[in-house]
Write a protein that binds this ligand. Structure first.
Ligand code: ADP
Length: 255
């Protein structure tokens, strides 16, 4: 492993623009192995863009983005693909195929590594059933293997999405508003599950959250993003109430 590998994510002077809109401006960020980091900030602050940048679905207009030592913009397509495979992403809307049985949605975590014929065959003849079952056991929905995914509750569907990530065995998990579609009690359960899994596996976890209380309760390090800029990036214990208030203050420049 080269030294870049203990830095999972590294952004230097990064801007992302969409036409006339600046989604991120001059972002400097380093996140190391095994860290658990929350990103908070008002709607439109750039949280989703930051996550998309890190999983390679958005590109920087300026600056450098390194993920597990790989600069997506300059890496060979093969290396960029291999790096993306090591990053698991969980979305607010789960991103599952409702019509498929749970086993198939969880197996989608393997699609980046299986050849096409195997992926296609697995839809007819579920493969990997033991691994899928143990992932479902780990996320607390043991009995759902053959259920139609769309028939599950929101919380159960997010557990399926997390089981899919477990099969992928990523080096880092990105979670874009992972509990925003769930009621507070289910949301906290899912958040606790994500934190436990990342701790058990020593995997970096970076989550954007609109629920500040949850971010403060669950994460050691908190990044405040506003209008595309990092306003603070500090250990939770050093964060003051007024810093958080300022982050969300309407039309007032943050300190
Ligand atoms: P957040 O996740 O904090 O709500 P986003 O990253 O979604 O913020 O958006 C940041 C800014 O970039 C917003 O002004 C948004 O409208 C803009 N934006 C995001 N994605 C696109 C896109 N694909 N095309 C144009 N503008 C975009």
């Amino acid at each position: 492993m080269d030294s870049a590998d203990d830095k999972v994510f590294e952004l230097r002077s990064v801007d992302v623009r969409f036409g006339d809109t600046s989604a991120l401006t001059n972002v400097e960020l380093t996140i190391g192995n095994g860290e658990r980091v929350a990103i908070i900030g008002p709607s439109g602050a750039g949280k989703s863009t930051l996550i998309a940048l890190l999983n390679g679905t958005a590109v920087a207009t300026k600056g450098q983005v390194r993920v597990l030592g790989c600069d997506y913009a300059h890496a060979s397509p093969r290396r960029a693909r291999a790096t993306r495979r090591r990053i698991g992403t969980i979305h607010q809307r789960f991103d599952l195929v409702d019509q498929l049985r749970v086993v198939h949605n969880v197996n989608a975590g393997m699609l980046g590594t299986w050849p096409f014929w195997k992926a296609a065959l697995s839809l007819l003849l579920p493969m990997n059933v033991d691994r899928v079952q143990s992932a479902l056991d780990r996320v607390g929905i043991s009995e759902k293997l053959h259920e139609r995914t769309g028939d599950l509750s929101g919380g159960e569907q997010q557990r399926v999405a997390i089981a899919r990530i477990l099969l992928q065995q990523p080096s880092a998990i990105l979670a874009d508003e992972p509990v925003a579609s769930l009621d507070p009690a289910r949301g906290q359960e899912i958040m606790n599950l994500l934190i436990d899994l990342s701790m058990d596996a020593g995997v970096t976890l970076l989550a954007s959250l609109h629920d500040v209380a949850m971010a403060l309760a669950s994460f050691d390090r908190v990044i405040g993003l506003r209008a595309g800029r990092i306003v603070f990036d500090k250990p939770r214990v050093d964060l003051t109430e007024s810093e958080v208030d300022d982050l969300y203050a309407f039309e007032r420049e943050p300190r």
